[in-house]
Ligand binder design. Structure first.
Ligand SMILES: *Cc1c(COP(=O)(O)O)cnc(C)c1O
Length: 488
């Protein structure tokens, strides 16, 4: 037996540790689903957390796997807990975590076909399936990438390349012919960041005003378009939300498609969170017109219960999928890129990628699409119910009716003076108690509490309890942290 086999690559030890680890995680899951741990998170100050994780790495082993993992579980945010109603980070399917284990052990980085043949084929099948749901025909094509942020950048790079009549990859951006992009006032920051990364400058970002429904208006689109022209810039793209991160509201995609067609703009839909609604016959109308988009980004790690990260960026005209990055690395690629659909590195920001396709493909096959449809409908329906509860309560106020599983509201008891301060204090107190995890967002300069109902085990009772807890904390002074401050 080699040194390495004896110490680190020992199959017997892997088997024993694996069984024990799965037992540990299964107990964690069991307790979480039953709401056994009172806390969803342990709020620990960053400096304190740093102290808890010693920074010296010795030559010899200093820790035991299981004591470390138990500490990790105790100090991490528990997304398996039904009272995690915070960010758009999904409760991953336990099976997807197992599949991810396979992908990590295999570690077939999928830059080119040779490196990860199975995953490359799976990603191709997934892109076609997703394109079909969007309503694209067989000319469409796309790739998987690490997150919606990189996905939005990829799509906008193509849009920019289409707009200029010179090889921008070769010569760089010609500042004498400045460009402009129309984005929603409610767009995700990754969209404006992409414009920054592309070197177009902040002045290239044109925010289109939204109405009470948080949709870009016809008037807003037209006047913003005029403004881009008046500034001597060439508008080249309009980016719509399907749906917006802060409010979960969908743009009117047909309106945007009409507008983009009329002005010959690239139409990109940021469907990172909301494109999964396409799986539901009851909710897919929210994305009516999406098939008219030139490109779309769709995260599987938001509303398809897949652990981070797995994002599809899909183009109506598949040829565009090869245009974002036109560098060549001769040691990787053999022939004409268009013929090499299976060498994804032509088309992605990344070189090595994890086996992203694997962890979506397998659960889709093992559970069937029905499970995912039910999940979308359960979370969207429950959010609707939560909105009814809030609307019926005289001491709460909705920011806007939710369209998806994201909802913004605030506590407005009679006589409250500083409403923004109140919401901030309530959320801080909630986090200190740790029994719920929710977030906050600013809309029209006002602070709102914000929930994403993304755990399939969240029930009405959790939401009733949340409102009770908010009332309780809203009428109290500062709350002390929970008594148990041992972090293992
Ligand atoms: C989450 C989100 C993103 C960013 O995607 P990541 O996968 O986190 O990089 C972009 N746009 C919208 C609308 C989102 O909700």
């Amino acid at each position: 037996m080699t040194y390495f086999e004896q110490h680190a690559f020992n199959p017997d030890r892997f088997r024993r540790n694996g069984h024990r680890l799965v037992d540990l995680l299964a107990s964690f899951l069991e307790g979480s689903v039953d709401r056994k741990p009172a806390e969803v998170l342990r709020q620990i100050d960053p400096e304190k957390m740093l102290d808890l994780w010693e920074g010296a790495f010795q030559d010899a082993p200093t820790a035991d796997l299981f004591s470390l993992i138990e500490r990790v579980l105790a100090q991490s945010n528990n997304l398996q807990h039904p009272r995690y109603i915070g960010h758009q980070c999904c409760t991953p399917l336990p099976t997807a975590a197992l599949v991810d284990l396979v992908g990590t052990l295999l570690n077939n980085g999928s830059a080119v076909y040779e490196m990860g043949p199975v995953n490359v084929a799976m990603e191709r099948r997934l892109v076609s399936w997703m394109a079909g749901l969007i309503g694209y025909d067989t000319r469409s094509d796309g790739v998987f990438t690490n997150g919606g942020t990189v996905g939005n950048l990829t799509a906008l790079l193509v849009a920019r390349g289409q707009a200029v009549d010179y090889d921008i990859w070769k010569t760089g951006y010609d500042r004498t012919q400045p460009l402009g992009v129309l984005v929603s006032q409610q767009c995700h920051y990754s969209v404006t960041r992409a414009i920054g990364v592309m070197g177009l400058g902040e002045a290239a970002v044109y925010s289109v005003p939204v109405d009470d429904a948080y949709q870009m208006t016809q008037k807003g689109l037209s006047s913003t378009y005029e403004r881009v022209l008046r500034d001597g810039r060439q508008p080249f793209a309009v980016v719509g939300n399907g749906c917006a991160t802060a409010t979960g509201r969908y743009d009117d995609l047909n309106r945007l498609a009409d507008f983009a067609e009329h002005h010959q703009l690239w139409f990109h839909v940021d469907g990172a969170h909301g494109a999964s609604a396409l799986l539901s016959p009851r909710y897919r109308h929210l994305l009516a017109g999406v098939h008219r988009a030139d490109s779309i980004v769709w995260d599987a790690h938001k509303m398809l219960m897949i652990p981070a990260l797995a994002t599809a960026v899909i183009f109506k005209n598949g040829a565009h999928s090869f245009e974002a990055f036109s560098q060549r690395a001769s040691y990787l690629f053999s022939g004409e890129p268009q013929e090499e659909w299976y060498n994804y590195a032509h088309r992605t920001m990344e070189c090595t990628k994890s086996m992203m396709g694997l962890k979506l493909y397998v659960p889709l096959k093992v559970y069937g699409v029905g499970l995912f449809q039910r999940f979308i409908e359960h979370t969207f329906d429950l959010t609707e119910q939560f909105a009814d509860m809030i609307a019926a309560a005289s001491d709460f106020e909705l920011a806007v009716r939710p369209q998806s599983n994201i909802i913004c509201f605030r506590y407005t008891p009679v006589g409250a003076v500083d409403l923004n301060g109140l919401q901030r204090r309530i959320r801080q107190a909630l986090l200190r108690r740790g029994r719920f995890y929710i977030v906050q967002t600013k809309l029209n300069q006002e602070l709102y509490l914000r929930c994403t109902i993304i755990n399939p085990n969240t029930q009405v009772v959790d939401l009733t309890e949340l409102l009770k807890e908010i009332r309780h904390l809203g009428t109290q002074g500062p709350t002390p942290a929970p008594a148990d401050q041992t972090y293992l």
